[in-house]
Write a protein that binds this ligand. Structure first.
Ligand SMILES: [Zn+2]
Length: 385
């Protein structure tokens, strides 16, 4: 590919150890030297930043990124290896990549467009590009997508109020006759479909679904080489709107990851007093009416006890809810899949109304650090037509 415009300087491979906060990771480089690096990506990146994952980091101080002095480390994370793919993580440079692809006429939906201006303000918002296409203004917002599995890419991987606001404003402009597009740039070629992540950000997804008559919504997959240039193949992705509209409802199943910091005995209703070990428990439930309010109820402190899980929730250190929206009730299928990768916990817990041995599972380590857990989760979350 000609003249790829971003120069990263020397690229070093590092071993991911820990995410300290949203924008700082700890990793080890040659001779086991431990360093901190800036992570220019606000997403959760759960399935990418697993312990010992290979990161591609740069020593180069790039322009258009948070200043070196402000972030107190000279290292910047550029990408991560996931199986055979290299996933580009630097969201602040995504627009440079998009600019290059537009200028080289490599993006299938935008081959007739020229860039007039970057970072264009309109109303209270700023959009990534103002394009000129057949003598017409065309506003373009680009989103960087790094969440994929099971042939599907999804966006966003964390709730994005800003993303929703962009969509609603673009749709309003579209209604007023202005040409507007949103482009999801997926950093992996190993996918066929793109969908909004209605599990993680329901409001964003509904906004996108409702806006689809007023703006162009496109997703394109690109691949990255080990020297962090873009591979030749550029692949438009299908957006299965029928499937998305059927599944993106406020109903389905959910997991609750519960962290217990020390061994304790807890009375669980009619099951009596049970012992819970230090570690993580995963509970599987479902709510075929109003999944969101069910999850909010579970996460709320000091609630009345009604289900088995309520007794436990009042006695744990941390609760991480994971919605799995779907048109069908699949909680027992999820429980069966979890039983293949972790220990079944107390018999009968949460499974009084079904044939499952239990709906509660135990693992000593954080399941979010387990590749097998993400494979199960993506198997249910990333269903496709
Ligand atoms: Zn069951």
């Amino acid at each position: 590919m000609r003249n790829f415009p971003i120069y990263f300087g020397e690229i070093i491979k590092a071993k991911f150890l820990k995410r300290e906060n949203r924008f700082i990771v700890t990793c080890s480089i040659h001779h086991n030297k431990t360093i901190k690096a800036h992570l220019p990506n606000p997403g959760r990146l759960w399935e990418l930043l697993l312990p010992n994952s290979t990161l591609f980091i740069s020593l180069c101080r790039m322009r258009n990124t948070t200043s070196y002095a402000a972030r107190k480390t000279q290292y910047t994370v550029l990408a991560v290896q996931k199986d055979s793919s290299i996933v580009f993580l630097h969201t602040q440079l995504t627009n440079k990549v998009a600019k290059y692809l537009i200028e080289e006429k490599l993006l299938p939906p935008l081959t007739d467009a020229d860039i007039v201006k970057e970072e264009i303000s309109r109303g209270n918002s700023r959009f990534d590009f103002l394009l000129n296409e057949n003598q017409q203004d065309h506003y373009l917002e680009v989103k960087s997508c790094t969440l994929f599995g099971n042939d599907v890419a999804m966006f966003p991987d964390a709730i994005t109020e800003r993303g929703k606001k962009h969509i609603l404003e673009l749709a309003q402009m579209g209604k007023n006759g202005v040409k507007c597009s949103i482009l999801f740039l997926v950093h992996c070629l190993d996918v066929k479909w793109f969908m909004p992540d209605f599990h993680t950000d329901y409001d964003f997804s509904i906004a996108l679904i409702k806006s689809r008559n007023y703006l162009n919504i496109a997703a394109v997959a690109i691949g990255w080489n080990p020297d962090l240039t873009i591979s030749e193949t550029i692949k438009p992705l299908e957006i299965p709107w029928g499937h998305i509209e059927k599944e993106a409802k406020d109903k389905g199943s959910y997991l609750l990851i519960l962290r217990v910091d020390k061994k304790r005995r807890i009375t669980i209703g009619k099951l009596g007093q049970l012992e819970f070990n230090k570690g993580c428990y995963i509970y599987v439930g479902s709510a075929m009416n109003s999944l969101r309010s069910r999850i909010e109820r579970h996460v709320r402190k000091r609630k009345k006890v009604y289900w088995h899980i309520d007794y436990l929730l009042n006695n744990v250190e941390k609760i991480i809810p994971i919605p799995i929206r779907s048109s069908k009730r699949i909680e027992c299928e999820i429980a069966t899949a979890l039983s293949t990768i972790m220990n079944q916990s107390h018999p009968g817990f949460g499974s009084s109304d079904c044939r499952c041995p239990t709906h509660l599972f135990y693992t000593r380590d954080n399941p979010l650090d387990m590749k097998s857990f993400h494979a199960v989760l993506q198997g249910f979350r990333m269903g496709h037509p």
